[in-house]
Design a protein around this ligand. Structure first.
Ligand SMILES: Cc1cc2nc3c(=O)[nH]c(=O)nc-3n(C[C@H](O)[C@H](O)[C@H](O)COP(=O)(O)OP(=O)(O)OC[C@H]3O[C@@H](n4cnc5c(N)ncnc54)[C@H](O)[C@@H]3O)c2cc1C
Length: 315
């Protein structure tokens, strides 16, 4: 696909909740944005089934249905949607320059909403149960409530693993934290909270070798103790990965300020970046919340910031 114009007031990269919301706001403001879908049109919610915590849907909504409806809402106000990936940017010049599947466009403002991918163990069985929503997830807040009164496992040893495990104790009968080492990376306070919780049990020096199940739902894990090489099985109804995320910021490296983990740095009170006219929204700049509603909210903020920036250019 080719962009219809050579120059845009606003280009938005990403069609997850952040990019789509930025498109709704900027198109309603008559800025005729170009919205670039990237390698995963619709973003991460296309990978899930029921979304039960997005406001406005009493009985929940399927992830792909929510994203399709949001895209149609953005198109209704004149957003141009382009099925392409941004492979290069030059943010050192005005207007900004972007290459989208080989086509160069220029822009007055750019909203980066390229998201972040969860790190996985890269086991075939893990990916199978993840794809079919059978009990492998990288988001306890999103999926924890589906696993009530069954034992579940969390993999990881940092703050997010402790937090996810603690959250899961609300629903699960037992939460196992499986960690490759015998010490945790998590902050002291988070460690103590998890270690004191009677519903949380630690399995140290251990790796998940295989996710076991009937092909439809997770029923257990095959584990290996990395010190003794001993194998064992653990009965659980779900596996939650909490081993970090990889923000999709490779294309901005060397041009936008990134934190040590690769997230775009934005100040607390706005979605601006170190480059005037470039804004970031959603998981690509969010090290803490990573929810559809927070991504959508920051997409709205980035759109309003971009609009204000464009007005300042005209003043
Ligand atoms: C399995 C699963 C279930 C979840 N369930 C829930 C839930 O129930 N409730 C909830 O609130 N949250 C849930 N989440 C989290 C939620 O999906 C994310 O927080 C949200 O999607 C982040 O939105 P985003 O717009 O920042 O990024 P994403 O949704 O990740 O979208 C990123 C977009 O950027 C595009 N992109 C990437 N690189 C480029 C590039 N170079 N050029 C152009 N475009 C690019 C991609 O194609 C994609 O369209 C879930 C996540 C997962 C993985």
């Amino acid at each position: 696909m080719q962009p219809k114009k050579n120059h845009y007031k606003v280009v938005i990269l990403g069609t997850g909740p952040a990019g789509l919301t930025a498109a709704i706001y900027t198109s309603r403001a008559m800025l005729e944005p170009l919205l670039v879908e990237g390698p995963s049109p619709g973003g991460l919610l296309m990978l899930t089934t029921d979304v039960e915590n997005y406001p406005g849907f009493r009985d929940g909504i399927m992830g792909p249905d929510l994203m399709m409806a949001t895209k149609e809402q953005a198109e209704r106000f004149g957003t141009e949607v382009l099925l392409a990936t941004c492979e290069k940017v030059d943010l050192s010049q005005r207007p900004l320059r972007l290459w989208l599947d080989g086509h160069e466009v220029t822009a007055d403002t750019l909203i980066a909403a390229t998201g972040a991918e969860a790190r996985w163990l890269d086991l075939e069985s893990e990916q199978h149960y993840r794809r079919i929503g059978g009990g492998v997830s990288a988001c306890a807040v999103c999926d924890g409530a589906f696993f009530r009164d069954v034992p579940v496992a969390v993999v990881g040893g940092g703050d997010s693993a402790m937090e996810e495990a603690h959250f899961l104790t609300k629903f699960a009968s037992q939460v196992y934290i499986i960690h490759r080492r015998d010490t945790l990376r998590a902050s002291r306070i988070m460690q103590e909270r998890a270690l004191k919780n009677p519903k949380i049990k630690f399995i140290w020096d251990t790796a998940v070798e295989e996710v076991l199940g009937d092909g439809k739902v997770v029923q257990g894990l095959r584990l290996k103790n990395l010190k003794t090489q001993e194998e064992s099985t653990l009965e659980v109804g779900a596996l939650f990965l909490a081993i970090g995320h990889i923000p999709n910021t490779q294309v901005f490296a060397g041009q936008l300020d990134l934190d040590p983990d690769g997230y775009i740095v934005t100040p607390k009170s706005s979605m601006s970046t170190n480059v005037p006219g470039v804004f970031a929204a959603g998981d690509v700049q969010d090290t803490d919340y990573k929810q559809a509603i927070t991504a959508a909210a920051s997409g709205c903020m980035a759109a309003m910031d971009a609009e204000e920036y464009l007005e300042s250019l005209e003043a």
